[in-house]
Design a protein around this ligand. Structure first.
Ligand code: F6P
Length: 357
């Protein structure tokens, strides 16, 4: 068994439901080995900024609070890139880790965080274990990331609510959901929320296909329709609908719902359309039982790996089994989009949902 006494844990990237459940699992599992757990504040900022920002987490001060049952990140997170060079940040990160005497750092993050923080750890010679989380479900080599299931639940609830008003006003309502450049959240929610049309970045679509589906619904005598569109969907010609960027120049998705609404209205009079852009509520909601269970399984596995002397890996839940991959494999795999032949897409097509051409 590795001689570990103190570990750090941080959450990185966009928050989601289930992060605090991961922290609970790590704190409780680590305390079985007698390890101290340092909760790092605000992602890597807690280690790269001065003064260092952290707190010691114990079963007594953390597990027995409502936090593990709640969304958000108790520790705080960081979802925007920074302007300083990776080398400078990695050096400060490493100095921070050594100042606290941490033997390893657990990073709860998505594909971007696995990439960036694993690079800091490599440059600064820090041991790391990754734990996947994201509402986008695009972290590679794991079937599920913590937070995705709850986000699907939030989107499905939105579709349930939209259905009633769509019916009252005989409208086609468009729900724009997050997901970055992956259509997992849109497709899983569209299936669960019985949408009529679901557009995802991975599958090309046509206005004609959308209108044909709406017309089919109209002819069948139904007077309302639900459309789900993923924020990463582009125009029919493959152009981004927005050129918006954040403070550090990273592209911001969104706006495709409004774009589609205008396009449909300009070419088809069968239904009035309205758009709901669900936004950041998708990152909240009471964590589902699935996400809590996954959080505990992956958090406990991360501690077990460390205890057995393994590092520089990301734990994963793949094909119904808990497993792990090297961080190099994760980084090399990039981002995992929705497979156009996945069971979800096949089932959607089979029940007559328009999912593109
Ligand atoms: O990656 C999670 C996510 O919620 C994406 O689905 C979305 O595009 C992005 O983060 C939003 O980021 P921000 O919170 O910086 O607006």
């Amino acid at each position: 068994m590795e001689n570990i006494k103190k570990i750090g844990i941080l959450t990185s990237g966009g928050d989601c439901a289930g992060l605090n459940a991961v922290v609970l699992a790590v704190v409780n599992a680590a305390s079985r080995f007698g390890w101290e757990v340092y909760g790092i504040h605000d992602g890597t900022d807690g280690l790269t900024n001065r003064p260092l920002s952290y707190e010691i987490l114990t079963e007594q001060n953390f597990s027995n609070t409502p936090w593990p049952r709640m969304s958000g990140s108790y520790l705080g997170s960081l979802n925007t890139g920074v302007k300083e060079s990776q080398e400078v940040l990695a050096q400060r990160f490493g100095e921070g880790v050594r100042e606290l005497g941490l033997d390893a750092v657990l990073v709860v993050g998505g594909d971007g965080s696995m990439n960036i923080v694993s690079n800091y750890c490599k440059l600064a010679n820090v041991k790391m274990i990754g734990i996947p989380k994201t509402i986008d479900n695009d972290t590679p080599l794991t079937d599920y990331s913590v937070g995705f299931n709850t986000a699907c639940q939030v989107c499905t609830k939105a579709l349930d609510d939209l259905m009633t008003t769509a019916r009252s006003h005989h409208r086609a309502l468009i729900l724009e959901v997050m997901g970055r450049d992956a259509g997992h959240l849109a497709m899983h929610s569209a299936l669960a929320g019985f949408a009529d049309i679901c557009l995802v970045p991975e599958i090309p679509y046509s206005l004609e296909g959308i209108i044909n589906k709406l017309e089919e619904i109209k002819k069948s005598g139904r007077t309302s329709a639900l459309i789900v569109v993923s924020e990463g969907v582009k125009t029919e010609k493959g152009e981004a609908v927005t050129s918006a960027v954040n403070a550090v120049g990273e592209k911001i998705n969104g706006g495709i719902g409004e774009y589609l609404s205008s396009l449909i209205n300009a070419h088809y009079k069968g239904f009035q359309t309205r758009v709901t852009k669900l936004g950041h509520v998708q990152r909240a909601g009471t964590p589902t039982a699935f996400d809590r269970g996954l959080a505990v399984i992956l958090g406990a596995e991360a501690v077990r790996l460390l205890a057995e002397g393994h590092t520089d890996r990301m734990v994963a839940f793949t094909a119904g089994k808990v497993t792990s991959f090297t961080l190099e494999e994760i980084v090399a795999s990039g981002t995992t989009g929705l497979d156009a032949n996945s069971p979800q897409v096949q089932a959607a097509r089979a029940i007559g949902m328009y999912v593109g051409d």
